[in-house]
Design a protein around this ligand. Structure first.
Ligand SMILES: Cc1ncc(C[n+]2csc(CCOP(=O)(O)OP(=O)(O)O)c2C)c(N)n1
Ligand code: SF4
Length: 346
């Protein structure tokens, strides 16, 4: 951290670095876990935001990923399973000037906490949610999660999973989250870009990160995200640009009627025929269709699916409180609880 005198009229300008966000706690994730890469990118991005360190708070639930707040040299709250969005909502409403982050896993956020996650998103609470999706329960040693593939054999599904997986991006879009994005733990530059975009969004920002659990689900994303194949098997959504992919930028995504299709450029097909990505569309139907694209029929999409503006829950709640205080004066909770129909049980 460096502190510069800015002429005396205002408080000094504080320049933070990645190191300022590294805590003194020993990191307890397994060597090689994708969580390290996500932690490193968050610590790298936060100093860019111009927000004082004491204004950040990281809230988590339970799981390997939920150990995250220990490793951040910021305020933090290792909460209860699946409830981080509720805790974060309370923090943001009562301290609107804080930058509030939720770190959750696919088990924490989509099994036990699915309900809480959906409501934080539909309310547009100004919090940033990073969902570490390793498609397995890591902390409890390898049971299947809501994002595990159909047929997957795990310790809790020895004959294969018989339920269909949740697509977290589709859930976020259906809940009308105002910022929805996806990245991959090892694509570090892309991940840093997405985290910074999420951080700068006003309103709820939901980011799914494909995260390798090298102990209980190693290589879950390798078949499309490995550096040797990703150009042909993934597509990066870039606002205002056509959906092009392939090692030589030779393939694209076209909208034909109500269906998406993969086309090869050339032979009469040009970039003008391709879908031009627009992350600001008020209707998320197209983003939903793109989110459903999956390998091998389609490239797996990453990037920003949606970025729209809407009043936030915390600002609306605080406006109502201000309005009520102006109209009726400051309340008294004790008196309120004892008012109206109350009984003494003896
Ligand atoms: C109320 C409650 N139910 C179940 C558990 C057991 N439990 C701990 S972590 C976890 C799931 C973790 O999976 P995920 O959120 O994907 O995180 P990961 O460990 O993979 O990062 C479960 C079921 C618990 N701790 N508390
Ligand atoms: S069990 Fe998996 S998710 Fe948990 S720390 Fe180890 S590698 Fe990471």
């Amino acid at each position: 951290m460096t502190i510069k005198d800015n002429g005396g009229s205002q408080s000094p300008v504080v320049t933070l670095t990645k190191k300022d966000f590294v805590s003194d706690q020993e990191v307890r994730w397994c060597p090689g876990c994708g969580d390290y890469a996500i932690l490193a990118q968050v610590q790298k991005v936060l100093p860019n935001l111009g927000i004082p360190k004491e204004k950040f708070v990281f809230v988590s639930g339970i799981g390997c990923s939920s150990r995250f707040p220990y490793y951040m040299n910021t305020y933090g709250f290792h909460g209860i399973h699946g409830r981080a969005p509720a805790i974060a909502t309370g923090i943001k409403i009562s301290n609107p000037d804080l930058s509030v982050w939720v770190v959750t896993g696919d088990g924490d956020g989509l099994s036990i906490g699915g309900n809480h996650l959906i409501h934080a998103m539909r309310r547009n609470v100004d919090i940033k949610i990073i969902l570490f999706n390793n498609r397995i329960y890591g902390l409890t040693k390898g049971q299947y999660s809501p994002t595990s593939e159909f047929g997957k054999k795990t310790k809790s599904s020895p004959f294969g999973v018989v339920d269909s997986p949740i697509n977290p991006i589709c859930i976020a879009l259906a809940a009308e989250a105002t910022f929805v994005a996806r990245s991959v733990d090892r694509h570090t530059d892309h991940l840093a870009y997405i985290i910074e975009r999420a951080a700068r969004h006003r309103g709820v920002a939901f980011v799914e990160v494909f995260q390798n659990c090298n102990i209980f689900n190693d290589g879950a994303f390798e078949h499309f995200a490995d550096r040797t194949v990703k150009d042909d098997r993934m597509v990066n959504l870039e606002h205002g640009k056509p959906l092009v992919f392939g090692k030589n930028h030779e393939k694209g995504i076209r909208l034909r009627g109500t269906q998406l299709e993969v086309v090869t450029l050339g032979g009469g097909i040009t970039e003008d025929d391709l879908l031009i990505w627009d992350e600001t569309l008020p209707d998320s139907a197209l983003a939903y269709m793109i989110a459903r694209m999956d390998y091998p029929a389609f490239p797996v999409p990453v990037g920003v699916f949606r970025d729209v503006a809407k009043p936030t829950y915390d600002e609306l709640v605080n406006q109502q409180i201000e309005f009520a205080v102006q109209k009726m004066g400051r309340g008294n909770l004790e008196q309120l609880l004892k008012s109206g129909d109350t009984w003494v049980v003896e």
